[in-house]
Design a protein around this ligand. Structure first.
Ligand SMILES: *[C@@H]1O[C@H](CO)[C@@H](O)[C@H](O)[C@H]1NC(C)=O
Ligand SMILES: *[C@@H]1O[C@H](CO)[C@@H](O)[C@H](O)[C@H]1NC(C)=O
Ligand SMILES: *[C@@H]1O[C@H](CO)[C@@H](O)[C@H](O)[C@H]1NC(C)=O
Ligand SMILES: *[C@@H]1O[C@H](CO)[C@@H](O)[C@H](O)[C@H]1NC(C)=O
Ligand SMILES: *[C@@H]1O[C@H](CO)[C@@H](O)[C@H](O)[C@H]1NC(C)=O
Length: 519
């Protein structure tokens, strides 16, 4: 009888400790017990997350903390409890407000970041610097610990393989959850639903998710100059969340509607949003519809009827992609709160009727070309890459995988295509590219005829090809080839990369191929 009651007493102490949802001011920190197995602490002097205790295991690195950018160093950190169910910690600076929110029972830090100016470091990201011993497993290609530098200060060689945080990048449209894990613990960054609405770069923008150093770094990149194609957006970024699990992948369907009760600057509830509904035509697979203006961006996958995500009211440009190739643009699509706007979109892709050849597929990606699959997570110098030596292919007997994914000045110039023609009808050579680096663009020679070299494309910041990126502005170059330049029999088409600038090795000017057509 006595033994039993002692046991009951211990049990109730344990469950009381676990169930104590609340925030404690320790003088230097706010300590939040989520009542979901996670207890986290935010420094009152810096706004950094300084402790992440999950079921008794410390997941926060002790030397480098978790925060926005390199830390906000804010002295304005406030905590409040709302409806006994939510705790809101607000870290305020003149141009950025960071929210850390707990909901009773959830082992989750819900977050949102409100900005009125781009941070001076030139990018907006949340970085969790987790304890490597608690969560040792991340993206293999981004585990750089102990490596030697291959390029810049961000590509390393480890055990004979190139590694970089950039090789963890995934397109926003496919990146709702990314995790690191260890024994019995998973930590996931969750960016659901419309939470990329204030990011920039559109549905296919890819950015860093993870890096393994002496810490395990888990990121949400809201914007950056990592192959930046459009202006940054201000306002509320997210909401997003860091979710703790017993090792598995967190669900992507987090419901943030409770944010409307918490006084979050810039949060727009679903009831104040509207929709666009319509039908995609002319794209049989891999269709994406994208809406954007200066304040917001949205997208949805569809090849038929669609309804957009819940959008902020405003006037949008609406784009249709086949893969990542833009095939239609509609401007002036207006969205009103609580209403649905009907607007269908049809592909206006110009497809030649009398094609002599097409190498690759016109999908806005280097799909199928030599080294294309590896380029996403390897430096071009990696020994697992196929040779970058100049290539000659013969139309009719070549395979797509013979053709290089990129043309790199001083490395693989020229790429030669031999094609046999039965007449000398005037032709057009059209080169679809996805990304240009350092002014790289095609210079063409057909037999002995050299059409004018196109002007330099709009410069993109910053390195892309060597850091696993392939998507830029997607220039398409068209060259008219007169009858007099052609012969009956074998014709030789040479494509080189030209640019006013030069560099060393794989940092030479280059461009990435999407497809090459001759018609
Ligand atoms: C953490 O604690 C919660 C509550 O006791 C439990 O449901 C969960 O399974 C635990 N997770 C791990 C990884 O131990
Ligand atoms: C856990 O980590 C391993 C190694 O990186 C990985 O294969 C696995 O997919 C991860 N699990 C989750 C849920 O992320
Ligand atoms: C999200 O939560 C709100 C409030 O509890 C609820 O009304 C709404 O239906 C939920 N949404 C979804 C998609 O579950
Ligand atoms: C390509 O054509 C040129 C000109 O006819 C010829 O000299 C060369 O040998 C051909 N290359 C291949 C690989 O067929
Ligand atoms: C010229 O050659 C192309 C293919 O090589 C063929 O389709 C076309 O009919 C030919 N034109 C003439 C006028 O012979």
């Amino acid at each position: 009888m006595k033994l039993l009651s002692t046991f009951a007493c211990l049990l109730s102490i344990a469950s009381t400790a676990y169930a104590a949802f609340g925030v404690t001011n320790t003088g230097s920190n706010y300590v939040v017990n989520t009542n979901g197995g996670l207890v986290f602490s935010v420094s009152k002097s810096t706004g950094d997350i300084v402790s992440l205790l999950y079921n008794g295991t410390q997941c926060q690195d002790s030397s480098k903390m978790s925060h926005i950018g390199s830390g906000l160093r804010s002295r304005n950190v406030a905590a409040s409890t709302i409806n006994s169910q939510y705790i809101k910690i607000t870290v305020t600076t003149p141009t950025l407000t960071q929210y850390y929110i707990a909901k009773s029972g959830d082992p989750i830090i819900y977050m949102a970041t409100y900005i009125t100016a781009e941070p001076t470091i030139g990018e907006l990201r949340f970085i969790a610097r987790l304890k490597k011993s608690a969560v040792p497993n991340g993206v293999a290609a981004s585990e750089v610990h102990g490596g030697s530098v291959v390029e810049g200060s961000d590509v390393f060689l480890v055990n004979g393989q190139a590694r970089s945080k950039f090789y963890s990048s995934k397109a926003f449209i496919d990146d709702q959850v990314h995790c690191v894990n260890g024994s019995g613990i998973g930590v996931c960054m969750v960016i659901p639903d419309t939470s990329y609405e204030s990011s920039s770069g559109g549905p296919f923008f890819r950015d860093i998710d993870n890096q393994g150093t002496t810490q395990q770094e888990l990121y949400f990149y809201m914007n950056s100059n990592h192959v930046k194609t459009e202006a940054y957006r201000m306002g509320l970024h997210g909401p997003y969340a860091m979710v703790f699990t017993s090792g598995g992948t967190a669900s992507s369907s987090l419901n943030f509607s409770f944010f409307s009760q918490l006084g979050i600057t810039g949060f727009v509830p679903k009831s104040s949003r509207g929709y666009v509904s319509g039908t995609v035509s002319g794209v049989s697979s891999d269709g994406v519809v994208h809406w954007y203006n200066d304040a917001a961006q949205y997208w949805i996958k569809s090849t038929g009827p669609f309804t957009s995500p819940a959008m902020k009211p405003g006037t949008y440009t609406m784009v249709l992609y086949k893969g990542e190739l833009k095939v239609q643009t509609v401007t002036g699509v207006t969205v009103s709160a609580g209403a649905t706007t009907y607007c269908s979109i049809a592909s206006a892709e110009s497809v030649p009727s009398s094609l002599v050849f097409r190498i690759g597929i016109t999908d806005g990606r280097p799909t199928g070309f030599k080294n294309a699959a590896n380029q996403l997570f390897m430096h071009p110098s990696d020994s697992r890459m196929s040779s970058w030596a100049p290539v000659t292919v013969t139309w009719g007997s070549m395979s797509t995988a013979d053709f290089p994914m990129a043309q790199i000045k001083s490395i693989n110039d020229p790429t030669i295509i031999n094609v046999s023609l039965s007449n000398t009808t005037a032709r057009t050579l059209r080169i679809f590219t996805t990304l240009s680096f350092a002014g790289g663009r095609p210079s063409v020679k057909v037999n002995s005829y050299s059409p004018a070299v196109p002007g330099a494309p709009v410069k993109i910041d910053s390195r892309g090809f060597t850091r696993g990126a392939f998507r830029g502005h997607g220039e398409v170059y068209t060259f008219s080839i007169p009858s007099s330049a052609l012969v009956t029999g074998v014709n030789t088409i040479q494509i080189s990369c030209v640019s006013g600038s030069s560099n060393t090795g794989f940092l030479n000017p280059n461009f990435i191929y999407d497809a090459v057509e001759f018609y």
